[in-house]
Design a protein. Structure first.
Length: 109
C-alpha cells in the first residue's frame, strides 16, 4: 500500500514537471524570452541551457521519471520515501530555472 501511495504522489509531481516542460517547448520559451529581452535581463547559464535544448523536453522528462521512481522500486525501507522529495525538487527546480532571472533582476521588480 505504501508503494502505491508514494507512486501516486510521485506520478502527480512528475506529471506537473512534464506539463511545465511541454508548455515551455510549445510557446513558453518565446514568451519568457520576450519578457526578459524586453527588460534587458541577461539569462543565467542554467536558463540558457534549458531554453536552448527545450525541443528535447521528453528526454529531460524521462530522466526525471527515472530519478524520481528509482528509490521507490530499487530500495527498501526508508529510502523509498526519497521519491517524493526528488519529484518535488524537480518541479521546483524547473520553475525556478525559468523564473530566477526575473526575480534577480531589479529592472522587472
Amino acid at each position: 500500500m505504501k508503494k502505491i501511495v508514494l507512486g501516486f504522489f510521485t506520478l502527480i509531481f512528475v506529471a506537473f514537471s512534464g506539463a511545465w516542460l511541454k508548455y515551455l517547448s510549445e510557446n513558453g520559451k518565446a514568451a519568457f524570452n520576450d519578457i526578459y529581452n524586453g527588460f534587458s535581463v541577461s539569462l543565467p547559464t542554467a536558463t540558457k541551457i534549458l531554453f536552448e535544448n527545450i525541443e528535447y523536453w521528453y528526454v529531460l522528462l524521462a530522466v526525471i521519471v527515472i530519478i524520481s521512481f528509482l528509490p521507490l522500486f530499487a530500495s527498501k525501507g526508508k529510502w523509498q520515501y526519497l521519491c517524493l522529495p526528488i519529484s518535488i525538487f524537480s518541479i521546483v527546480a524547473l520553475v525556478g530555472i525559468v523564473y530566477i532571472p526575473g526575480l534577480l533582476s531589479s529592472s522587472i521588480i
